[in-house]
Design a protein around this ligand. Structure first.
Ligand code: FPP
Ligand code: MG
Length: 326
């Protein structure tokens, strides 16, 4: 989180003043039960807090929005995200997240399902105590529904090479709608015009598509110590992503790559072979080019006039999303 803040210097002005309160609200939400606290405190205390930061920026884009109107929903967004990661790590059978052992690896899938559900329930407790009303609840329920549909779509097509439009449907449901909803909710809570709320939503959507494409790239070419997740996790769990889709289109060794990525059992050496085949193509540049395109369309949608510091922070977040190494 500190590293993310350093990168986004414009956040200092707008969000830094809320962050300590946000972090303590998130942490206190899991304090009630000692076992739950030990199981999820390291996870809820980590991460970039990108979702609540986007929400807080958009909520404060015209002027200061009262803390009591923003903090509970900001914390709820982070808790929903964390709940989804706990469940995602069960589905992907992941061993590490944010540099620490995943809940399912440490306690088993049964406990991890319940820890995820607990975080999810805590999120909705904050929302209900915050009296945000039907529009906010509608956005939240649609975002969670879409997360689930995205994950189901992914799970039903493991080890199957998706077409480009299926890949995009999946990353839209899994990630873009979430970031878009955070921006949209900021606009709603701030009482902005419908047009500006939709512009924020479109900014978040472009940002989310780019974010997931870079995430998929880092899964092959990131540094495990920096990403906090093992390399090749997507391939091991059968999730076929854009670097592979592109390499299959252009590689001389596409038959070998296809055979590896559609096989249910792969060794570390298979993963290394696949990475080398992908690296020998233009897949990395291609993914970055696509991510840049989504970031450009995100930027075009920034509504005006907004506070200079918020505009700058949203611009810097857009830069961060494509240049990030974690
Ligand atoms: C990470 O994707 C996971 C998601 C973006 C969404 C996970 C959503 C669910 C499991 C369903 C919703 C559940 C609740 C409780 C709201 P990834 O696997 O591509 O990224 P990773 O490499 O970080 O794991
Ligand atoms: Mg995963």
């Amino acid at each position: 989180m500190v590293r993310f803040l350093h990168l986004i210097s414009a956040l200092e002005d707008v969000v830094t003043k809320y962050l300590l309160d946000l972090e303590s609200l998130v942490e206190s939400s899991v304090r009630e039960d000692e076992f739950i606290y030990n199981a999820c405190a390291p996870l809820v205390n980590g991460g970039k807090k990108l979702r609540p930061v986007l929400f807080l920026l958009c909520a404060n884009s015209q002027g200061d929005c009262p803390r009591e109107k923003t903090l509970p929903l900001a914390a709820a967004l982070e808790l929903i995200h964390t709940a989804s990661l706990v469940h995602d790590d069960i589905l992907d059978n992941s061993k590490k997240r944010r540099g620490i052992e995943t809940t399912n690896s440490k306690y088993g899938a049964q406990i991890a399902v319940l820890v995820g559900d607990y975080l999810f329930a805590k999120a909705f407790q904050l929302v209900s105590n915050g009296n945000y009303g039907a529009e906010v609840s509608g956005v939240l329920s649609a975002l969670v529904k879409n997360l689930c549909i995205g994950e189901i779509m992914q799970d039903r097509n493991l080890f199957v090479v998706p077409g480009m439009s299926e890949y995009y449907d999946r990353i839209n449901l899994k990630t873009a709608i979430f970031l878009s909803s955070c921006c949209k909710l900021g606009g709603i809570v701030a009482g902005l015009d419908k047009k500006d709320v939709e512009s924020f939503a479109a900014y978040g959507s472009g940002l989310g598509l780019a974010f997931q494409i870079i995430d998929d790239l880092l899964d092959f070419f990131g540094d495990e110590k920096v990403t906090g997740k093992p390399l090749g996790g997507d391939m091991k769990s059968g999730v076929i992503t854009l670097p592979v889709i592109r390499a299959l289109q252009v590689s001389d060794e596409s038959d070998v790559l296809r055979e590896i990525v559609t096989r249910r059992e792969v060794t570390d050496s298979d993963i290394e072979d696949a990475i080398e085949i992908i690296r020998a193509t233009d897949a990395v540049e291609y993914c970055k080019m696509r991510a840049d395109g989504h970031i450009d369309s995100a930027r075009i949608n920034l509504p005006f006039p907004i506070k200079d510091s918020v505009g700058l922070a949203l611009e810097q977040i857009a830069d961060f999303v494509v240049d990030r190494s974690w």
